[in-house]
Write a protein of this length. Structure first.
Length: 186
């Protein structure tokens, strides 16, 4: 009986990650595919991806900077819309835009008398100066495991150690609660 339970658990370890990944991908696919209801499955997602690409091209080459500035001024006039729009825009720019912020993984010693460290990313080096803390502080974002949230800390430079690891591997490590292994030599 113990062997059967052991085999079941081993099978679960193999099947569950694959099944959950497929489930999430299928749900995303279905949600995107249903945005544009077309007769053939999959055409909706192709239409959405093509539309986003065309909008990106138009925004990059055909819309003037003046029009973009006018649009941003209009957004700033609506408090709630401004809050949501700028937060989403800044996060997307940090992840995939020209102003990538999650590219410096670090270890943070949150207390000088503790051996415990948190893994995070330097996201800004200027805010601490604006807050009156001086140049020796960095803004470090420490994501939580298993969900999309985290903490932002202003940390003295002396308590931050940069990691010589790919940012994507460090993010995977954090999100998996430290279960995913990081290969130093890919």
């Amino acid at each position: 009986m113990r062997r059967i339970v052991k085999y079941f658990l081993q099978g679960l370890l193999v099947v569950a990650p694959i099944a959950i990944t497929l489930y999430v991908l299928i749900q995303i696919f279905l949600a995107l595919d249903n945005i544009v209801p077309l007769k053939y499955p999959g055409l909706g997602i192709i239409a959405v991806l093509a539309a986003i690409t065309v909008i990106g091209f138009v925004a990059n080459y055909l819309i003037s900077d003046r029009l973009k500035m006018w649009f941003n001024r209009q957004i700033r006039k609506a408090p709630l819309i401004n809050l949501i729009y700028t937060a989403v825009k800044d996060v997307l720019n940090a992840l995939v835009g020209d102003k990538r912020s999650f590219n410096k993984p670090v270890l943070v010693q949150l207390s000088s008398d503790s051996a415990v460290r948190r893994v995070g990313f330097i996201t800004d080096e200027e805010f601490a100066k604006l807050a009156g803390l001086g140049e020796d502080y960095l803004t470090v974002y420490c994501p939580h495991s298993y969900n999309i949230s985290g903490n932002v800390f202003l940390v003295p430079r002396g308590q931050v150690t940069e990691l010589d690891l790919p940012s994507s591997d460090v993010m995977k490590y954090i999100v998996s609660a430290g279960v995913t292994q990081i290969n130093k030599n890919p």
